[in-house]
Design a protein around this ligand. Structure first.
Ligand SMILES: [Zn+2]
Length: 297
């Protein structure tokens, strides 16, 4: 069963139109429609699998069991990039505030929180996926819970992070309102999302891996981000690029675009495209993925 949205999930406008048909290359091979909001420019999957029924679309076992060299190398690359991006994220939050309490919403298997704890942050993680949460709890025995409702109502944090998580949240407005209620005043909300206006998104079009339907429910343009800050009473204070994402996204996109292409040609093209995307983005700031840093008003 799917659910059909009649209004924009970000700004609630009824001015929404059918925009683009995208295939789920990673798991189901089904096609999904992206709608576009005429008011805030948000792109969103519509109709979309309901929250309680989207689980199977995250089931990559089938996908990985066909594991060949390309996928194994891609996973290796993904881990390398993750390690360097953990370092980057820590540098970023360390520079925001002297007072160090952190809530990571969608903490996955907990590597970022583990490193933050090592750097003297008081940490809490939220992770809905049982498999990932079990691993995160091994690293941080009392710090990780399944949902925000398990966090005491008055518990407030200096920094809340959502790294490549916002685009997966079904109850977008409700969740962001709850998250900001756990943010101290003048606290920071740090959000990383793929950029549908990036040069690599434009280059690959419907084969752009950042669309990742139906797991990615939303795609935020700069206009959508500006509406986002208004809707949730936040102030956008800084935007930082995630420069490795263009390479990783280009590599996946090359595979989607030319299913039969060879390993070397795929890596070569992805490297060129990833590099070009970052070069172009230098001028306009439209990197493949950006980190938006908001301050609570
Ligand atoms: Zn909208």
């Amino acid at each position: 069963m799917t659910e059909c949205l009649l209004n924009c999930p970000l700004c609630k406008s009824g001015n929404i139109l059918n925009h683009l048909l995208i295939k789920d290359h990673a798991v189901s091979n089904k096609e999904f429609t992206l709608f576009r909001c005429g008011d805030c420019e948000l792109l969103f999957t519509n109709p979309r699998p309901k929250e309680e029924e989207i689980g199977p679309y995250y089931d990559f076992r089938e996908y990985y069991s066909h594991g060949n060299q390309v996928q194994n190398f891609t996973q290796w690359l993904y881990k390398k990039i993750r390690k360097s991006s953990i370092r980057r994220k820590l540098e970023l939050i360390n520079g925001l505030t002297k007072s160090r309490s952190l809530l990571d919403y969608g903490c996955g298997t907990g590597e970022f929180l583990q490193e933050a704890k090592r750097q003297r942050w008081i940490v809490r993680g939220i992770e809905p996926s049982e498999k990932a949460r079990t691993q995160a709890i091994k690293k941080l025995p009392s710090g990780v819970v399944e949902t925000l409702s398990e966090v005491p109502e008055l518990e407030a944090y200096d920094v809340v992070t959502l790294f490549h998580v916002l685009e997966h949240i079904h109850r977008l407005r409700d969740t962001i309102n709850k998250i900001t209620s756990h943010l101290k005043s003048n606290g920071y909300l740090v959000i990383a999302v793929p950029n549908p206006e990036s040069p690599d998104a434009k280059h690959y079009g419907k084969d752009w891996a950042g669309y990742d339907v139906p797991r990615h429910l939303y795609h935020f343009s700069r206009q959508s981000i500006s509406i986002f800050q208004e809707q949730f009473e936040l102030e956008l204070v800084r935007v930082e690029p995630l420069v490795y994402d263009s390479y990783y996204v280009s590599l996946l996109s090359e595979g989607y675009k030319n299913q039969g292409s060879g390993l070397i040609s795929r890596y070569f093209k992805a490297f060129i495209q990833g590099y070009r995307s970052n070069q172009k983005a230098r001028r306009l700031g439209n990197y493949s993925s950006n980190i938006f840093i908001f301050k609570k008003k």
